[in-house]
Ligand binder design. Structure first.
Ligand code: GTP
Ligand code: MG
Length: 197
């Protein structure tokens, strides 16, 4: 799988306004600042296609990008960043919940996890919730360039054993770095396989 074309399509806060669900779709979700927009840029090799920021809470809408005129990549707002959320109810945010529950052409929801941190409650809750809704998920560990190899391995093992306390088997896992393009070909192969199924 190679990406030969990548173009911004739309930005909406309402899932009902998003493009018709007539193409396969892959979306990036995770805590604010985990690197969702950066990963989209790394995959498409377009530096500014999705807007990134050092400050959490940059992406606030559902952003569709058409890839190879055939499928969508979607950049979503982050969860777990209270001060930008006017929505005070418990949960992951209305936009995210509606998107995950309603988007029928979702082939895979990539849940991004900061590889520097020990398992975070909100990520484990999101994995549990999306899994319980029958959404196909894969875990993408981000910012791998910020750790030494043995630290990365330690954090991954800890994550896997935490997940195995509640799951019989692990979801697909990819380790990435947007700055060093780690995991790019692995992710593209994963998407290519999903499209071919
Ligand atoms: P929100 O839209 O606010 O939810 O954040 P996001 O998840 O889209 O994160 P974004 O891509 O905007 O990146 C947040 C910060 O992390 C930026 O300063 C990025 O440059 C940095 N960053 C993202 N990915 C990586 C990575 O793989 N390595 C390093 N070193 N920095 C990264
Ligand atoms: Mg973003």
């Amino acid at each position: 799988m190679e990406i030969t074309q990548a173009e911004f399509v739309s930005s909406y806060a309402d899932v009902r306004k998003c493009p018709a669900p007539d193409k396969p779709e892959f979306a990036f979700i995770g805590r604010s600042n985990v690197g969702k927009s950066s990963l989209l840029n790394m995959l498409t090799q377009r530096k500014q296609l999705a807007k990134t920021s050092v400050k959490p809470g940059k992406t606030q809408t559902i952003n569709h990008f058409i890839i190879n005129n055939a499928w969508y990549l979607v950049d979503l707002p982050g969860y777990g960043y209270a001060s930008v959320s006017k929505d005070k109810r418990a949960g992951f945010g209305k936009i995210i919940e509606q998107y995950v529950l309603k988007r029928e052409n979702l082939y895979c929801l990539f849940i991004l996890i900061d590889s520097r941190l020990e398992p975070q409650k909100i990520d484990l809750e999101f994995i549990q919730w999306s899994g319980s809704k029958g959404v196909p998920i894969a875990l993408v560990f981000t910012k791998a360039d910020k750790l030494k190899k043995n630290e990365l391995q330690k954090n991954l093992s800890r994550y896997e054993s935490t997940l195995l306390q509640t799951w019989e088997e692990l979801p697909p896992i990819v380790v990435t770095s947007a700055t060093e393009k780690t995991g790019r070909s692995e992710l593209l192969t994963f998407i290519g396989n999903a499209l071919a199924e």
